[in-house]
Design a binder for this molecule. Structure first.
Ligand SMILES: NC(=O)CC[C@H](N)C(=O)O
Length: 405
């Protein structure tokens, strides 16, 4: 079909088509093609490269509410997903992007490539010229729709077929994606948090040869690199294991702590194989720290249930209250599911809540070194108010190591 037969505007090279038949017209950018996914909005003003490479966004299309995206360009350092930039890597992250303005040319000393060229190279189909305020209001009112972003420089779109495809998609409910996001085999990791002026360096314990304070097993459901860097920073020797590793194999590595990572998809679907493993690790008394998907699955393992949220939380400016200290932290968020706090069993307390909507943002077992949070204490992008949680994990591991076996 041509734009004329679809009644599209002259010069329309990109469309966002929602499952209910709504069509937004714009200018295609990034890769040409079409992508289908859940459309969410992200309110972060910086960090678009970290956001678009976060594996937790698999099968999602991100509408950026901040209008000027692209102004710091991109570089090889700010990729959050683990592993080499292989052909498959882009499939393990956000599929598409929606912008108000066309990607801005880069003006930053760290930039090695323009954002638009990077989008194209990664196969991210994107669209600009969209009224992202109207789209965001719509998502706030009606929840995250299923949609397609299509980009064709020639402006040919078969709108009825796109609507049909978007409407036929079953969505993220019941979808296990961690199985696709996880590492294929065990791996190590030795890079420390970013520091001025040297940037990313090897953790000091690796360069100075001093002994690590902790051995941490990371169960990888689609881990972000900055979680691993924050663990290196507290002195952890890290072993990353695939999502389906058995509890026996994990415990045989004699960890001082186990980190349950973030990741894409529905926690209930992932929990089918992850929950029994987490349960055994908890029962063995090993300190556990869960983040985002890992938090949701710890909740499931302890007997709570998870729910799908209407609009979810995606941004870098969310206020969360730590109920154990009374302090409010401004955090990075990316989730569309949450623990239903009404289902928390006895012996599990709510430690953090969202000050936006009161939803659950943290849990802990009473009397056990087991806790988790819904937000992203590793930031990247976003504020680092919650880095203290890695220190809390370190304290739990220190206490655990002192207990005679
Ligand atoms: N960042 C994450 O780990 C996301 C967890 C889960 N996939 C959700 O959308 O809620």
């Amino acid at each position: 079909m041509t734009p004329e037969t679809n009644n599209l505007l002259e010069g329309c090279t990109g469309v966002l088509v929602l499952a209910d038949g709504t069509v937004y017209q714009g200018i295609g950018c990034g890769a040409a093609g079409e992508v289908l996914g859940e459309v969410c909005f992200n309110t972060a003003m910086t960090g678009y490269q970290e956001i678009l490479t976060d594996p937790s966004y698999m099968e999602q299309i991100i509408a950026f509410t901040f209008p000027h995206i692209g102004n710091v360009g991109v570089n090889a350092d700010d990729v959050e997903q683990l592993g080499p930039e292989t052909e498959n890597a882009p499939k393990r992250a956000a599929k598409g992007a929606i912008f108000r303005d066309a990607p801005t040319p880069p003006a930053n000393w760290r930039s090695t490539l323009s954002f638009n060229d990077w989008l194209t190279a990664r196969g991210i189909v994107a669209i600009s010229g969209i009224d992202t305020r109207a789209l965001t209001r719509r998502i706030r009112e009606n929840g995250m729709p299923h949609g397609i972003v299509a980009h064709d420089p020639a402006g040919h779109f078969d709108i009825p077929a796109l609507v049909q495809k978007a409407a036929a998609w079953k969505g993220l409910d019941g979808l296990d994606l961690a199985v696709d996001a996880t590492v294929a085999q065990q791996a190590g990791f030795t890079t420390d948090l970013w520091q001025w002026p040297q940037g990313y360096t090897e953790g000091k314990r690796f360069t100075q040869g001093t002994k690590h304070e902790f051995k941490v097993v990371v169960i990888d459901y689609g881990v972000k690199q900055n979680i691993l860097r924050a663990l290196v920073n507290i002195g952890a020797d890290i072993r990353i294991v695939p999502a389906k590793t058995s509890a026996e194999e994990i415990l045989a590595l004699t960890p001082d702590g186990v980190l349950l990572s973030n990741g894409p998809g529905d926690p209930a679907a992932t929990g089918e194989y992850a929950v029994p493993v987490i349960r055994k690790i908890v029962d063995a008394g090993v300190p556990v720290f869960g983040i985002c998907l890992g938090h949701q699955m710890l909740g499931l393992a302890l007997g709570a249930t998870t729910i799908k949220m209407a609009q979810g939380h995606h941004g870098a400016n969310h206020p969360v209250k730590d109920e154990t200290t009374g302090k409010v932290e401004i955090v990075s968020m990316n989730h569309g599911f949450a623990i239903d706090q009404a289902t928390l069993p006895a012996g599990v307390v709510e430690t953090h809540v969202s000050l936006f909507d009161g939803s659950n943002c943290g849990i802990a077992m009473t009397g056990k070194p087991v806790f988790s949070v819904q937000h992203h204490p590793e930031a990247s992008p976003g504020p680092v108010d919650s880095l203290y949680l890695f220190e809390r994990f370190a304290q739990n591991m220190r206490a655990y190591k002192k207990v005679p076996a």
